[in-house]
Design a protein around this ligand. Structure first.
Ligand SMILES: [Ca+2]
Ligand SMILES: [Ca+2]
Ligand SMILES: [Ca+2]
Length: 183
């Protein structure tokens, strides 16, 4: 009996005491490669045509149709194809410019007039509250006598033109020549 018991004990050690190994998942684990995240918000801003804004902002500076006027720091283009006020502003913006804003008497007097032309002020948002086309408060508004008269023809007079040297409010849909300013 004693020999049989000893045999059983030895067999038990062999069965349960050795040879037990386990491979943990950690030993085989690795990080699967992942694609680098993309963030389109880091791209340069573009306009609706996909053109970089910075490129557009400089386009008028290299456009020979934009010329210096007197000693003014900015460059200007007089467009002779009549458009509505909004279409005129869109045409200026296409080259990174805007309808002219007379910052002071010096800038205004550099344009002798002679032809009615759109310039960059509107009160379309709030009647009689004039804003520049850049949505800033005008620093200089050289109105003609008795203007702005808020005249309502087919539509309200919410846009401004030189008439012919100082300002007059007119319906925005009327077609006029215009002056673009490139800063
Ligand atoms: Ca200006
Ligand atoms: Ca108005
Ligand atoms: Ca008027």
């Amino acid at each position: 009996m004693k020999r049989a018991l000893l045999a059983m004990i030895l067999a038990g050690c062999g069965r349960f005491g050795f040879g037990e190994q386990s491979l943990t998942d950690d030993a085989l684990a690795f990080d699967a490669p992942t694609d680098a995240p993309t963030d389109s918000s880091l791209d340069a801003p573009t306009d609706t045509q996909g053109m970089p804004i910075d490129t557009l902002a400089k386009a008028c500076l290299g456009d020979p149709d934009y010329e210096t006027v007197g000693s003014l720091a900015h460059r200007y283009r007089t467009a002779v194809t009549p458009l509505s006020w909004s279409a005129a502003q869109a045409d200026c913006m296409a080259a990174g410019a805007h309808l002219v804003i007379f910052d002071d008497a010096t800038e205004h007097e550099a344009f002798p007039g002679g032809t009615d032309r759109w310039v960059g002020y509107t009160d379309a948002a709030i009647e009689t509250i004039w804003r520049t086309v850049l949505d800033t408060t005008p620093t200089f508004l050289p109105w003609n006598p008795d203007e702005p008269d808020g005249d309502v023809e087919d539509t309200a007079s919410d846009c401004t033109k030189m008439d012919p040297t100082s300002l007059d409010d007119e319906p925005c849909a009327d077609p006029y020549e215009y002056i673009c300013e490139c800063e």
